[in-house]
Design a protein around this ligand. Sequence first.
Ligand code: PLP
Length: 378
Amino acid sequence: MKFSTKSIHIGQKPDEATGAIIPPIYMTSTYIQDAPAQHKGYDYTRAGNPNFSNIEATLGSLENGKFATVFSSGLGGLTGIISMLKAGDSVIGTADIYGGSYRLFKRIFSNYSISFKTINTQDLQEVNNALKLKPKMVFIESPTNPLLKITDIEKVTETARKYGVISVVDNTFATPYFQNPLDLGADIVLHSTTKYIGGHSDIVGGVVITNNPEFKEKIDFARMAIGLNPSPFDVWLGSRGIKTLGVRMEKHGQNALALANFFKSHPKVRKVYYPGLESHPNYVIAKKQMSGFSGIVSVEFDMTLEETKKIMSSFKYFSLAESLGGIESLVDHPASMTHASIPAEERKKIGLSDGLVRFSVGIEDIEDLKADINRTLK
Ligand SMILES: Cc1ncc(COP(=O)(O)O)c(C=O)c1O
């Protein structure tokens, strides 16, 4: 079954009791039991809910994974993954990851003696040197947020396997439509479903997908024991959003490429970051492991920081807001918004300048988007 058929038919079965074409929302905290500990597979929504099972079937199939677990947020999912570790374990991660993921490692789990060190996962020699020290886990984000750096997932996960290191890929930016990390050798895939999977900026959610039954058991346990479950309503909205993931991603990708090319030739633009541009330093790897380049474009303008900040609240269609991946275009200033939790000297080290602007390109008409940017830059 192909992607868009899966997204509409797997985990999306009509309701058997009534024939309703759309599965209902099971807004329930608990379930009647026939006798103590005898129930129909669900006992309490923190541990499970039919809406969770539905979306888990859809997302597992889209990532070619056997098992999925939904969470209250992307960071809830990452918490579930890190909960598999023990005090004294260490994690190696891509430099230039989402600021909240960095903060979770550095400001929460470091208090429980789980260390986190970032490296340049684009450099395979550096990866090999770090992995041969046998950390417990390698955490890859590709493309990265916000610099759109690409890690060779196949090569890094192969090296991780050689040293017995668990590999995790945050696939939020690419989505399963453009990239399937499990097929490239990853042990675990993470998504913030808040972004493209939900697609309409109306939910916060996360999912963890794996083919490993032992990881699945541990991750389910973490969700239940810590209380990282989402609301059935949010999950139901997520299932609704997924049905159009394929068509939305096609349009996000087309619009983003058009905008990246437009920025490239604009006199007020100093630098464009988009993995679909042949000039991107990781273009060859992006082309090898992705079937499209998704909808985020980052830019440095040829203007002062003050001027840059001023234009960011002057767009008509690009609303100044955190988050990304919705059908409406957004603009973000990573240094003061989404990535402010990364210390300034660390940001400088990875090349995240104070002037960087991140565009989440929506699915509006591209001519309107270009005209909006042109008018604002003028
Ligand atoms: C790449 C990436 N991973 C994870 C997250 C965290 O997801 P959430 O906000 O749903 O917790 C984000 C949020 O922006 C993200 O961009």
